[in-house]
Write a protein that binds this ligand. Structure first.
Ligand SMILES: [Zn+2]
Length: 365
């Protein structure tokens, strides 16, 4: 296994190959992009390429099989140090960064001892030429941890590589951003999400992989969440009922409200609105493809729903885009804790109106 199982990030792979082969690898990277699209896998592959016993570092191509590559995979390589948000915590512990001992829960009798990655980075490498630290969940670094990290970053030990992995630049402190090489990662294509799901045996059937991929927003992580939450059934129900919108807007509205209200708190309700939005947007995309004479791509439930809608569609591509805009707006409103009933009813009414008239007289909540 070389880089071949990293899908959708060829530009980034080329960029790293270039700087590594030139011997100009910077010491600090900040990887940003949505969750679940392979940033963490990418960081591990890069580490393998730097540590590989078979291929020289300049080639920047991990063999995947040598002891060093295997140790990176099993997280036992003595020169790789890894930090992530611990279960139940809302920030990365300062002790994980600077060292120290803490009780992880109030009922713990023993304290957990952390050497701290700042300390580990400064040690001599044991079996490789350099030390690598990967900080996953960099969105959750607090100010103390950040300022200590920055001290290390200002004078990095020779050969040390620090990779911070976050979701967006807006979640990072400016001081980190300005001292890092920022590498942006984009969501994957649906076909790539499908390929990963099948390659990793996360699903057994091709159509199921496609169903998940079409609703995944380009994130394998999100696709797995859908699978674990049995959300494909919800998706099928929505796709079954939604094409009847012009005749029975209240049925569509009730179904969406029922599902959104299964969310316990505001955040969960918001996530459910997001989920329904992504289903509807993927449906509208199919209609736009059909209207512009392009080929459709999707699982059978999605294509059937899109076909039923298209058969009754009187508008043009602009009308479809207006429906997508209205749906995206709803997601934004849901984040602001709007009353679910009002939010969903206005959303469904507007979609129905746009669909039937191509009109834009919206009743924004
Ligand atoms: Zn190797």
């Amino acid at each position: 296994m070389s880089w071949s199982d990293v899908l959708g990030h060829d530009v980034q792979i080329d960029r790293f190959k270039k700087v590594v082969s030139n011997g100009r690898l910077p010491s600090t990277f900040l990887f940003v992009g949505p969750d679940g699209i392979g940033k963490h896998l990418f960081a591990r592959k890069l580490t393998q390429a730097l540590f590989c016993d078979v291929n020289p570092e300049q080639v920047c191509e991990p063999c995947g099989n040598c002891p060093s590559c295997q140790q990176v995979i099993s997280d036992t390589h003595p020169d790789l140090h890894y930090v992530e948000l611990l279960t139940g915590k809302t920030e990365i512990l300062t002790a994980q960064i600077v060292g120290g001992s803490v009780k992880l829960t109030s009922t713990d009798k023993k304290e957990e001892v952390f050497p701290g990655v700042c300390y580990e980075l400064n040690l001599k490498p044991i079996s490789s030429r350099r030390k690598v630290v990967i900080i996953n969940d960099a969105d959750f670094l607090n100010e103390t941890s950040t300022s200590n990290l920055l001290k290390t970053l200002e004078e990095p030990p020779p050969g040390a590589v620090l990779i911070l992995i976050g979701t967006s630049l807006s979640h990072q402190l400016d001081t980190i951003v300005s001292r890092s090489q920022v590498v942006s990662f984009n969501p994957l294509e649906s076909s790539q999400v499908k390929q990963v799901l099948l390659q990793q045996n996360l699903v057994l059937h091709e159509n199921q992989a496609l169903e998940l991929a079409m609703t995944s927003n380009g994130s394998v992580g999100f696709a797995v969440k859908l699978l674990q939450g049995n959300l494909l059934d919800v998706r099928r129900e929505i796709l079954q009922v939604f094409p009847g919108l012009p005749d029975q807007p209240e049925v569509v509205s009730d179904l969406i409200q029922k599902y959104v209200n299964l969310g316990g708190d505001r955040q969960e309700k918001y996530e459910h609105v997001e989920f329904i939005s992504s289903i509807l947007v993927s449906c509208f995309h199919q209609i736009a493809l059909t209207l512009s004479g392009r080929e459709n791509y999707g699982d059978s439930a999605l294509l059937e729903a899109a076909d039923r809608i298209h058969n009754r569609w009187t508008g043009d591509v602009e009308t479809v885009l207006a429906c997508i805009d209205r749906t995206t707006d709803t997601s934004a409103h849901a984040r602001a804790n709007v009353n679910v009933k009002t939010l969903v009813e206005a959303w469904v009414d507007d979609l129905s109106q746009i669909w039937l008239t191509g009109g834009f007289q919206l009743t924004t909540p």
